[in-house]
Design a protein around this ligand. Structure first.
Ligand SMILES: Cc1cc2nc3c(=O)[nH]c(=O)nc-3n(C[C@H](O)[C@H](O)[C@H](O)COP(=O)(O)O)c2cc1C
Length: 491
């Protein structure tokens, strides 16, 4: 059970539970890993295991460096990584348990619990087992993955990018990095990111470059904190990760610039970010579409340190789940709960951020549409939501078929719909043609009350009757579940 101190510790626990498989070799020149990732998702969905590939062929060269991927691929593994005790094989209850767990780290002022990181000696830091400087600091020593034939090149997809600004403080964020040469990386910083704000501030101060260290393959909680915007500008992601872990993150100073990086990281890349921008991409983005080339930043690599036989950790945006960003949903949910007393759950299907499902306990006519308006109107959730489906709180929002059943049977397109002609939206949605704008819709799939034009008596659904009139039947079946299947192997 989590929290874990390193990616390897977490992977070992997953392997022990049969949730991580080892594969001897794969030919990524033929996109074998990518296709395997898709097939796992097609055939096993959230039951797909993580996998580690011992040998990988890239650019006609076989690398013995293991590549691990599909980590944190369901709510159970996320809950376990966070340290939740009662993890089951039911995604709905794991989701609820993980959300409740994350909420428990928020105080009344909406601040996250923090435990300050501690520093360890270089000699005690696994990420310093090998130190490469000068020409030896060569990115092509490692099997970085080109996920998709349309990608502009190989990418580092799981870097925790550490920068420090004298005015804005330290920042840790996940940003993709394109391999551009043995010592040159692209660095994608969206304009909303705190790292981008730091770059603008440094430019205003007339600086020529900004020191950076990138930690790849860090412990799961630090990785989640790097990939989600929980920290405000100036708040320390490492301290928030410590709060979630219940013990400090152990950091060590970088060789060339002194920036702190997690001591148990697999690989650390140190360098400088010049102010001049250059072209990067294209890249298969998180919504599952090939994005445009971008005029963005880059990194001149100075030094690389790593563990003995380090692991490369890879992700595929757009394949499988983006479950690791769950903490990002929970902060805004907690805020919205203060505004919408009946809001019970707010779920975004992993990998499909434009659709949100809100479960409410509706008491008054109009509360369904009001809920959708507030979710769209709150920038932290609204900027990447295009469709808000509001359902009654008997619907499990992680269960797409239950949500669609509610839409099919409780929703009347007229009048239980709100169309928003145009509102702020994120750039990655390929269906929009105007930057930062999209039309939006609220679908009120709660049972419509008579005052909303609904029937005088809304028909009971069969399942609700079961819950109400045969309350012990499901418990009985759950208890006998394994017995029904005997020795039959099933997925
Ligand atoms: C796998 C993954 C890749 C990401 N890639 C990028 C990226 O290339 N550019 C970006 O701006 N944000 C990216 N994000 C989102 C950022 O990590 C997230 O917004 C984070 O809060 C940024 O940190 P910052 O605002 O502290 O700089 C990515 C997230 C994940 C999980």
């Amino acid at each position: 059970m989590g929290p874990y101190d390193s990616l390897r510790e977490y992977a070992a626990a997953m392997e022990q539970q049969g949730q991580l498989i080892r594969i001897r070799e794969m030919d990524q020149d033929r996109y074998e890993m990518t296709a395997f990732g898709y097939r796992l998702d097609d055939r096993m969905r959230s039951k797909a295991p993580a996998f580690i590939v011992e040998r990988t062929k890239i650019n006609d060269r076989w690398y013995d460096t293991p590549v691990i991927t599909n980590v944190l691929n369901n709510y159970g593994t996320v809950a376990q990584a966070l340290g939740v005790e009662d993890v089951s094989d039911d995604e709905g209850s794991n989701y609820t348990a993980a959300v409740d767990w994350i909420m428990s780290f928020l105080d009344a002022d909406h601040k996250w619990a923090k435990i300050e990181p501690v520093f360890v000696e270089r000699s005690a830091a696994p990420c310093k087992e090998v130190i490469l400087t000068g020409e030896d600091a060569d990115l092509y020593r490692f099997p970085w993955i080109r996920n998709n034939p349309a990608d502009g090149g190989q990418y580092i997809s799981t870097g925790a990018v550490v920068t420090d600004d004298p005015e804005l403080g330290r920042n840790v964020g996940t940003h993709r990095m394109m391999i551009k040469g043995p010592q040159k990386l692209g660095l994608d910083l969206s304009t909303q990111s705190h790292a981008y704000k730091q770059m603008i501030r440094a430019t205003e101060r007339g600086e020529k470059s900004v020191p950076v260290s990138v930690a790849i393959g860090v412990d799961p909680i630090t990785w989640m904190m790097s990939s989600t915007r929980l920290a405000d500008v100036g708040e320390d992601e490492f301290a928030i990760a410590g709060g979630f872990r219940g013990r400090p993150v152990e950091l060590v100073e970088s060789e060339t610039n002194g920036l702190p990086v997690p001591a148990t990281a697999e690989i650390v890349i140190e360098g400088e970010i010049p102010m001049e921008r250059e072209w990067e991409g294209p890249y298969g983005e998180m919504l599952g579409y090939i994005g445009h080339e971008k005029n963005t930043y880059s990194i001149d690599v100075k030094t690389i340190t790593h563990r003995e036989r380090p692991w490369v950790y890879n992700v595929w945006p757009g394949i499988g789940g983006a479950y690791l960003t769950l903490p990002w949903e929970v902060g805004p949910f907690a805020k919205l709960k203060q505004l919408i007393p009946g809001l019970r759950k707010l779920h975004t299907f992993p990998g499909i951020p434009p659709i949100a499902v809100a479960c409410i306990e509706k008491r008054l006519p109009g509360e369904g549409i009001e809920t959708g308006m507030l979710i769209l109107g709150y920038r932290m959730t609204g900027f990447h939501k295009k469709i808000v489906i509001v359902v009654d709180d008997d619907i499990e929002p992680t269960d797409l078929s239950r949500v669609m059943h509610a839409v099919a049977t409780r929703w009347q397109p007229d009048p239980a719909t709100l169309m928003v002609k145009q509102s702020f939206h994120f750039l990655l949605d390929p269906s929009t043609h105007r930057n930062f704008l999209s039309s939006k819709i609220v679908i009120d799939a709660t049972r419509q009350l008579p005052a909303e034009g609904g029937p005088e008596h809304f028909a009971l659904d069969n399942r609700t009757v079961m819950d109400q009139q045969a309350p012990h039947a499901f418990d009985l079946v759950d208890r006998r579940w394994d017995e029904y299947f005997g020795d039959t192997q099933y997925i």
